[in-house]
Design a protein around this ligand. Structure first.
Ligand code: NAD
Length: 352
């Protein structure tokens, strides 16, 4: 019998097409009156929409969120929050913008409302990351968990299909590793399976029509489920490899997850048969690894590291870094086997 300890800590969720209209109510419920809105430069127009919606409760926009939360950006955002006397931050965007909100919460204690527009799932976790001089530090702190998350499928209708696919497979990766995590439990298993099943089923519908709001809604439900899993488990080989490849070789986050996931599952397959059965079942595929590879390929996503900027000459160093510090994983971490995994991921070989 499995033993476990489970203490869920989850943000309030407001879900629905058009749910953004509830933002003023959610800000008021926090007792906040001076909101700083966060976004990337590319989503400045969406941030402006929030300013209009909030009226006198909004005090400014900081539209400089960037991938992996550079320390200098986090500092500038905190300075802006203090200068404006903000008492709440609202982050609209993907994991990069949510991450900036978390950095502000960590430094200033301001409550954050997240309005996710990708499927990265960061809004459900107490994990944060900051980068400086090419090095990424990560940590967990309950203070960074958003107080409220507004999931409005209409806001992700403009997410280009290419990012939609890689972002969803990034989400599925959280759930897949949750199914063999040492600290998972039967509830997390169910949430993980639901996330994988719903997310994979949403992709062909979005391939037909990117603006299908029902399918966007299912995709956000999947992101929510997968984020819950990520927030409550310890990740293994897959996330560690992606962290290494993203951090040390500057590869794009969601694309790296998309390419590596089938190979990480193949590596762990024999050591985690029950997780693999559940993943394959949720994908309606003969195996977890092949099913994940085909999911990416069928929807036009990259399937090889060489397609997304990895240099073959860096594979040895990547394998080295990946086994340097130990972490829980169903199969022991063997440098030679991980080097082979990376070669197959580099070449884009379909696993069985
Ligand atoms: P992202 O936030 O960098 O977004 C990618 C690009 O898409 C950005 O330019 C953004 O402005 C744009 N975009 C987002 N939503 C859009 C929409 N609806 N329409 C049009 N454009 C849109 O990418 P991401 O994959 O969401 O997040 C990646 C980051 O999140 C990484 O830094 C990763 O480490 C972090 N992350 C953290 C956690 C955690 O638990 N801490 C979990 C997952 C990801």
């Amino acid at each position: 019998m499995r033993e476990f300890v489970f203490q869920a800590s989850l943000p309030r969720v407001v879900f629905g097409a058009g749910a953004l209209r509830h933002l003023p109510r959610e800000v008021a419920a926090l007792g906040a009156n001076r909101v700083l809105v966060l976004s990337t430069p590319g989503q400045a127009a969406a941030a402006q929409r929030l300013i209009e919606l909030l009226g006198p409760r909004a005090v400014g926009v900081f539209a400089q969120a960037a991938m992996h939360v550079p320390v200098a950006t986090a500092r500038a955002a905190c300075d802006e929050a203090r200068r404006l006397g903000a008492d709440c931050a609202v982050a609209i965007g993907g994991g990069s913008t949510t991450g900036l909100g978390k950095a502000i919460a960590l430094e200033t204690g301001l409550p954050v409302i997240a309005v996710p527009t990708t499927y990265a799932g960061s809004e459900m976790t107490t994990m944060y990351g900051l980068t400086e001089g090419g090095a990424k530090t990560t940590g967990r702190d309950p203070r960074v968990l958003p107080r409220c998350v507004i999931y409005d499928p209409e806001l992700s209708c403009a997410l280009p299909f290419g990012i939609t696919v890689t972002s969803m497979i990034n989400a599925i990766a959280h759930a897949a590793e949750g199914l063999y995590a040492p600290d998972a439990n039967p509830v997390i298993d169910l949430v993980a399976e639901q996330g994988i099943r719903t997310g994979a089923a949403a992709l062909p519908r979005l391939q037909r029509d990117e603006r299908d709001v029902d399918a966007r809604g299912d995709a956000l439900v999947a992101a929510w489920c997968c984020g819950i899993v990520m927030g409550n488990i310890t990740v293994g080989l897959h996330h560690k490899l992606c962290h290494t490849l993203g951090g040390s070789f500057n590869l794009p986050h969601a694309e790296v997850h998309t390419v590596v996931l089938p190979h990480a599952m193949a590596y762990n397959a024999a050591a985690a048969p029950s997780a693999m059965r559940r993943i394959a079942g949720a994908l309606q595929a003969p195996s977890a690894a092949a099913g994940l590879f085909d999911l990416a390929a069928r929807h036009g996503a990259p399937t090889a590291l060489k397609q997304i900027g990895m240099q073959e000459s860096d594979l040895d160093r990547a394998a080295e870094i990946a086994v340097k510090t130990p972490y829980p994983n169903p199969r022991a971490l063997a440098r030679a086997a991980i080097r082979e995994l990376l070669q197959r991921a580099f070449d884009g070989v379909r696993p069985d």
